[in-house]
Design a protein around this ligand. Structure first.
Ligand SMILES: [Zn+2]
Length: 76
């Protein structure tokens, strides 16, 4: 896919990660969510190997795009 910011062809790959949480709140210690925040891409600690989140990375402006629809969230 083309980068929506600079138009370069993006590289398809994987965000290899452990415990992950996208949130409207900045967490300093725990990744437990509370009722006041909106969150997405909640992934618990990986059992054996890292999580592999399919995504695209722009080689020019370094933007990474993730479609989080397959992952736990409370945005609806
Ligand atoms: Zn770009």
């Amino acid at each position: 896919m083309k980068c929506p910011f600079c138009g370069a062809e993006m590289l398809h790959g994987y965000l290899n990660c452990g415990t992950t949480l996208w949130s409207t709140k900045k967490h300093k210690i725990s990744l437990l969510v509370d009722k006041k925040e909106k969150y997405a891409l909640q992934l618990g600690p990986p059992a054996l190997c890292p999580h592999h989140v399919e995504s695209d990375c722009c080689p020019k402006c370094k933007t990474i795009i993730i479609n989080g629809s397959d992952y736990d969230n409370n945005l609806d």
